[in-house]
Write a protein that binds this ligand. Structure first.
Ligand SMILES: NC(=O)c1ccc[n+]([C@@H]2O[C@H](COP(=O)([O-])OP(=O)(O)OC[C@H]3O[C@@H](n4cnc5c(N)ncnc54)[C@H](O)[C@@H]3O)[C@@H](O)[C@H]2O)c1
Length: 339
């Protein structure tokens, strides 16, 4: 074979690879590093077995699914949220669907806003399992209300729960990880911790604050390469997040999450989270388009991002005011095109 032909063949292969990656990106449901890790990286089944994992917000949605997938990997689990009976239900399902035994799962009720209880809770985990390999800061609530209709109590609650509650628990667990020079602190942030949307000013603020906190903390822990600080940033995922969202008043939640078929399946989001944990990724974006594309625009072309966000945002407010889920309409158009 002549050199010229060989070069042409190589160029063709490179072009094909580029096209495949471009198609992957167009149909992506995660950022490129994450998808690369899914394709070529370490498997959760190899990396996450025999670990002690503490999941907050484990009674519903992403945290609940995380409990099911982690239990199949053979980890020791600590399940925390406020409602014990819901945690017991999740524990029973974990035991039914995995090889874990009763002693491998600790149900530990915890209110993230009750920061005075966090030290005792941490000690209870250490007493039961002797160590904490992974803390998954997942518990949190969202918001659906316009700024001018929202009381200051709602903003206070979102910061106390999503931000301060998470920071407090992390500060309790971190000294034990530093002592062992290893551990993973995985925080379920949101793409709304990077981009912004109307109806969620308090939620966005709490998630932006979390991202700033953990990015700064990571730099302080640079001398401990065995401690991984990871921000998971999902877009819309099927869960109770909308139903449980705060409205203009702190005592009122949305109550009805509406139909969710347009959102990413909880199981897919959690699988990508596990891949991120197995590969020690520091920040991952988990979402389908158009929110994923919007995140890239916000990162690289903020002026265009604002133009599009204002258009999508206007629609979001119209949807909300007419009683349908804020994001449903533009997702539905894309789903119809795919189906
Ligand atoms: N579902 C989404 O579309 C989405 C998108 C981006 C980020 N997130 C984030 O994912 C995380 C999990 O949310 P989800 O979607 O599973 O919603 P969800 O409402 O189904 O679950 C939230 C969990 O947090 C717990 N929780 C609420 N208040 C608490 C408190 N004071 N103390 C302890 N636990 C408390 C709830 O009991 C529940 O277990 C949240 O941090 C949320 O911000 C969700």
């Amino acid at each position: 074979m002549s050199w010229e032909l060989l070069l042409w063949l190589l160029a063709l292969c490179a072009l094909l690879l580029l096209v495949v990656q471009l198609l992957r990106f167009l149909w992506a449901d995660g950022d490129l590093t994450l998808l690369w890790a899914e394709w070529q990286g370490r498997r959760p089944e190899w990396e996450l077995t025999d670990m002690v994992v503490w999941v907050t917000g484990a009674s519903s949605g992403i945290g609940e699914e995380l409990a099911y997938q982690l239990s199949k990997l053979g980890v020791s689990l600590v399940l925390s949220a406020r409602r014990v009976h819901e945690l017991e239900r999740v524990k029973r399902r974990c035991l039914e669907n995995s090889n874990l035994k009763e002693k491998d799962i600790l149900v530990l009720p915890l209110d993230l806003t009750d920061i005075g209880s966090h030290e005792a809770a941490t000690k209870a985990v250490l007493q039961e399992f002797g160590r904490i390999d992974i803390l998954v800061n997942n518990g949190g609530v969202s918001q659906r209300s316009l700024c001018m209709d929202t009381s200051l109590d709602v903003y206070r609650k979102l910061i106390e729960l999503n931000y301060l509650g998470t920071v407090s628990l992390t500060k309790r667990v971190l000294p034990y990880m530093i002592e062992r020079k290893q551990g993973k602190i995985v925080t379920v942030n949101s793409l709304l911790g990077i981009i912004a949307a109307p109806l969620s000013s308090g939620y966005c603020a709490s998630k932006h604050a979390l991202r700033g906190f953990f990015n700064s903390l990571r730099t302080e822990l640079a001398t401990y390469p065995g401690i991984i600080v990871s921000n998971i940033c999902p877009g819309p995922v099927q869960s109770n997040i909308v139903a449980n969202s705060l409205t203009g008043e702190v005592t009122k939640t949305v109550g009805n999450g509406g139909h969710q078929s347009y959102k990413m399946a909880t199981s897919r989001c959690v699988r990508l989270m596990l891949i991120s944990m197995a590969n020690d990724l520091k920040e991952v974006w988990i979402s389908e388009h158009p929110i994923l594309a919007a995140a890239y625009l916000w990162q690289y072309m903020p002026t265009w991002a604002w133009w599009i966000t204002n258009k999508m945002g206007k629609k979001r407010i119209e949807n909300f005011k007419s009683g349908v889920d804020a994001d449903s309409s533009y997702f539905n158009i894309l789903k119809r095109k795919r189906d």
